[in-house]
Write a protein that binds this ligand. Structure first.
Ligand code: DGT
Ligand code: CA
Ligand code: CA
Ligand code: ZN
Length: 599
């Protein structure tokens, strides 16, 4: 039997083919075909092995006959002959070199072909020894840049994308500092665009757009931006665009645009690239060419009405651009070319869930296990955030690391919770604590507490914190066994991934979600930005399969409740409506949906 491939490992092989072709200087469209296919596979909401078994590989977006054949060969034989051949031609170390910031395929190819450098380690040595400057177009400065790039890359373990939870606060801080550094009236609008505005779970770089206010000029804005204390390097700076590097390695583009271009510019630089490509095709069909400034009539037959070739249309607001093309405004979280443009044209975009829809949270911790605040303090934080209920779900025994709760301590905790609830009821406060547990799913699929104990609780969240590297079959069966327990209401952070730190377990999520749908087990979107687990793609899949979702921060401290915005955004990226999410309901209605209370 050949090794079993996951969606990610298949995507990697396909991406690698594209990368090698890139270094070989192959046709851009050919390379793009592999890159797009890899992206589709890694975003796929189903196990690719199942798609292959059903003979439906070519139904996956961006996968045509030839790449479908490559995937078939990989799954059947364990390798792709063509890729093996490509690996003979280009050393893999040269592909790695392409990951060094500012490097790119052309430079990597030259360093390999002209200096014989075939790995990042050799590249570093050559740069340190001043050997790169023998190459035309390279100097002492580029050697220094490359060394700094390698250092950054290694600090992040080769992954040049940062979690949204790091990138988003960084760009908000940058924007606030820029505004504070300028006289009032210098800037009018200023907004982060790009992947941060779409709330994508990881971010490659930051993109900020601004328009000048009545008292502003672009050079002054660029100068202020370059001198911000957060900036560690200026990559490039011009009249209306500056790119800087921050201490954590993130780079940020700031662009100043004219107010009349704002709508098109914000739309363009919000992306995604895929959404933009589809939008541009739609515009072309209507006789307009779309760019970051606006629309220009092509003069070709289409729907541009009376417009003469070259005639332009500008938009001060994004809504007006979408509207001009006959579309409803598309929330940024949906702009991933997953059908949102058709939906916007047919006026059937869903009413997405938003922060205010949430009436409470159903996964959180206190000092009864590893939280930093008492139940009363956590409840106060929940009340301050407008919640009407909050689930105390401390860890159960069976987890080793924390003083997990057993039946006896749960009884003591129940008394504390009851007293607090009695007090709020007497004071007329519309808030209620629920008692639950985050029960450990043990390595063999049993739970950390017996059924008699679980039966006494309002809500049971079950999750995995140990033996996460079990093989696919074992960890899937383990999770399914827990989900089938009639007392388990919610499956917590199903894959256990920690963005940038720990990959997801090899669990067969498709299968687990099917069992959740069948048993009425709610699936969590863990809102902590280092988890976002379920992710957007699987959250969508879960709802399509008939599951309900809970959005919870799993807060271990009061302030962590603010992270709920990341969970809501993930749900919005999954196109979820309020009714898909259990904690948009009042406590009684929410509890009535849980599986051991139904029927
Ligand atoms: P990132 O930075 O990798 O997390 O992702 P984005 O989406 O922020 O991408 P970025 O920074 O390369 O570009 C920002 C936006 O600019 C992108 O979402 C769409 C637009 N854009 C960039 N390159 C292209 C392009 O080649 N074609 C089109 N249509 N749009 C582009
Ligand atoms: Ca970006
Ligand atoms: Ca960018
Ligand atoms: Zn937890």
């Amino acid at each position: 039997m050949p090794t079993r491939f996951t969606n990610q490992s298949v995507a990697e092989q396909i991406r690698l083919m594209g990368d090698i072709l890139l270094i070989k200087g192959e046709n851009r469209f050919r390379v793009l075909a592999f890159q797009n296919a890899a992206e589709s596979i890694s975003n796929l909401g189903q196990d690719i092995n199942g798609v292959y078994a059903a003979g439906r590989l070519q139904d996956i977006p961006n996968i045509g006959k030839s790449i479908a054949n490559d995937i078939t060969e990989l799954l059947e034989t364990g390798q792709i002959q063509y890729l093996e051949q490509l690996k003979q031609e280009v050393p893999l170390g040269v592909v790695d070199m392409m990951q060094v910031p500012d490097m790119g395929p052309k430079k990597a190819a030259r360093l390999w072909q002209e200096l014989g450098i075939t790995s990042v380690a050799e590249l570093r040595a050559a740069a340190q020894e001043g050997k790169l400057r023998t190459l035309s177009g390279f100097g002492a400065k580029s050697e220094e840049k490359i060394l700094r790039g390698i250092e950054l890359m290694e600090r992040r373990g080769g992954d040049t994308r940062l979690p949204l939870g790091v990138a988003r606060p960084a760009v908000l801080d940058l924007v606030a500092s820029l505004a504070a550094a300028l006289p009032s009236g210098a800037l009018d609008q200023v907004e982060p665009a790009g992947s941060v505005r779409r709330w994508k779970e990881t971010v490659g770089d930051l993109d900020v757009l601004a328009t000048l206010g009545p008292a502003g000029n672009a050079e002054q804005v660029m100068a202020a931006f370059r001198s911000l204390p957060q900036v560690s390097d200026v990559v490039v700076s011009g009249a209306t665009k500056t790119r800087v590097r921050l201490a954590n390695g993130l780079e940020c583009d700031l662009r100043v645009v004219e107010p009349r271009h704002w709508g098109a510019a914000l739309q363009y630089f919000t992306g995604s690239k895929e959404h933009n490509v589809t939008l541009r095709e739609l515009a072309l069909k209507q006789g307009w060419s779309l760019n970051e400034y606006g629309l220009t009539a092509t003069g070709k037959p289409g729907g541009a009405g009376q417009a003469v070739e070259g005639e332009e249309r500008f938009f001060t607001r994004e809504e007006d651009l979408y509207g001009f093309l006959g579309l409803d405004w598309v929330p940024p979280e949906m702009r991933e070319d997953r059908g949102e443009i058709d939906a916007a044209r047919e006026h059937r975009l869903p009413r997405l869930v938003q922060r205010d829809d949430l009436l409470g949270e159903v996964h959180g911790h206190s000092t009864w296990s590893d939280g930093t605040a008492s139940i009363a303090e956590m409840a106060t934080a929940a009340i301050q955030r407008g919640y009407r209920y909050w689930l105390v779900s401390d860890h159960s025994t069976g987890l080793g690391i924390v003083g997990g709760l057993d039946g006896e301590r749960l009884q003591q905790q129940a008394a504390e919770i009851r007293d607090l609830n009695v007090r709020w009821a007497a004071e007329g406060v519309d808030f209620r604590l629920l008692q639950g547990i985050e029960v450990e799913i043990l390595a063999d699929g049993a739970l950390g507490l017996p059924d008699e104990v679980l039966a006494l609780l309002d809500i049971v969240v079950a999750s995995i914190h140990s033996s996460q590297r079990q093989d696919r079959e074992t960890i899937t069966a383990r999770c399914v066994q827990a989900v089938r327990n009639p007392h388990v209401d919610i499956l917590g952070h199903p894959t256990g991934r920690l963005l940038g730190r720990r990959p997801p377990s090899d669990i067969d999520l498709e299968h687990v979600l099917q069992v959740c749908a069948e048993t009425g087990t709610v699936v969590e979107i863990n809102a902590n930005p280092s988890r976002l687990d379920l992710n957007d793609v699987y959250a969508r899949r879960a709802v399509d399969l008939g599951c309900r979702i809970a959005i919870s921060t799993d807060a271990h401290a009061p302030g962590e409740m603010d992270l709920v915005a990341y969970g809501v955004a993930t749900a919005r990226r999954a196109w979820l409506a309020p009714e898909d999410v259990i904690n948009t309901r009042p406590a009684a209605a929410m509890l009535a949906l849980l599986k051991d209370r139904r029927g």
